[in-house]
Design a protein around this ligand. Structure first.
Ligand SMILES: [Mg+2]
Length: 334
């Protein structure tokens, strides 16, 4: 196999703000793996929070490329080689995605089909970045496509989080979920969550800082289901998540790819946890990789390709609010 990687800047449709980050652009890495006249593509959307950057992801892919086996179906061997090197999970996810894409192209089958899954999934939410309450309510009028549910970014540390949800609730009637991105203490969460429940919010993502010792107490007392994201990384973190949450938010950029994501979904089911699949700001290439396993999940947050201005990898179809993976070989977008 021949592996190449290049950094690309994605431009957002509008400035995106969460509790610990503001962004207008996102640098991602596009990885290509060529073998026998076919080329598979994968995208790395690195997490700055975990010390990753587009440059570190690109360097990782180039460094590990000569060690990869020549057989594009040798996933166990690939995973063993990648596991010897710590971190850089977005880069690992890009290699995993490119190999899935390549396998599908070599066999003439969509990845979801090779995985034995369905071309289906629950409706995806569309994310409204954090802003003033009025501003967030206005943003609901500019949601692209036909998204049927919204996710509101909270954790403003300004006492306005309930007002943010109230303003949006006054503007739309669709299902709502919220993500505090580690923005609250246990006491703040216990103040806010009952009010959010009365406004019809369905669940709350990552209310507390990752590893907060109050997690189990909050889950026991919260009127809303708690899903953890910043607390949830690899398969090895799922059992701990079951102590503090009702569900987990898997992202390919955290799990290192589709294979570990499937193992995490299975572990979550065994522990009685709900399963959500989220994304970063990423193009249709990254979103297609995630959408391939959407049918395994209860909730999807796969809006990254619609948060950016010009998707260089079109092909994921938004149908009745569901982000459907393409019905073409591999990931089906390039
Ligand atoms: Mg989140």
């Amino acid at each position: 196999v021949e592996v190449t990687a290049r950094v690309t800047t994605l431009r957002l449709r509008e400035t995106f703000r969460i509790s610990y980050l503001v962004q207008d652009t996102a640098d991602v890495v596009h990885v290509a793996v060529a073998h026998a006249q076919a080329t598979g593509y994968g995208e790395a959307a690195p997490f700055e929070r975990y010390g990753e950057s587009a440059e570190s992801a690109r360097a990782f892919v180039e460094e590990v490329a000569p060690s990869l086996p020549d057989d594009p179906f040798a996933f166990a061997e690939v995973e063993a080689i990648l596991a010897e090197r710590p971190g850089e999970l977005a880069a690992k996810a890009a290699i995993d995605a490119a190999l899935h894409d390549l396998q599908g192209k070599l066999l003439g089958q969509p990845t979801w089909r090779l995985l034995g899954l369905r071309r289906a999934g629950p409706p995806s939410c569309y994310t409204i970045g954090m802003g003033d309450p009025d501003e967030m309510a206005r943003k609901t009028q500019r949601v692209p496509g036909d998204f049927r549910r919204l996710k509101l970014k909270l954790g403003g540390k300004d006492g306005l989080d309930v007002e943010r949800v109230r303003a949006v609730r006054g503007a739309v009637s669709c299902p709502l979920q919220v993500d505090a991105n580690e923005g609250w203490t246990v006491d703040e969460a216990l103040d806010v969550l009952p009010e959010l429940q009365s406004l019809g919010v369905e669940y709350c993502e990552q209310p507390l800082p990752a590893g907060d010792p109050g997690g189990a107490q909050l889950r026991a007392r919260s009127p809303l289901p708690i899903y953890v994201d910043e607390d949830c990384h690899l398969l090895s973190s799922v059992a701990t998540c079951a102590e503090v949450a009702n569900g987990i938010n898997i992202k390919l950029a955290k799990s290192g790819g589709i294979r570990e994501a499937i193992r995490m979904a299975n572990a979550a089911r065994a522990l009685g946890l709900g399963v959500m699949l989220g994304c970063m700001v990423e193009s249709g290439l990254g979103i297609s990789a995630a959408a391939q396993i959407g049918s395994l999940c209860d909730f999807l947050d796969l809006d990254g390709n619609l948060l950016i201005a010009d998707d260089p990898w079109p092909g994921v179809e938004l149908v009745d609010g569901v982000q459907l993976p393409p019905d073409r070989p591999g990931l089906g977008v390039g």
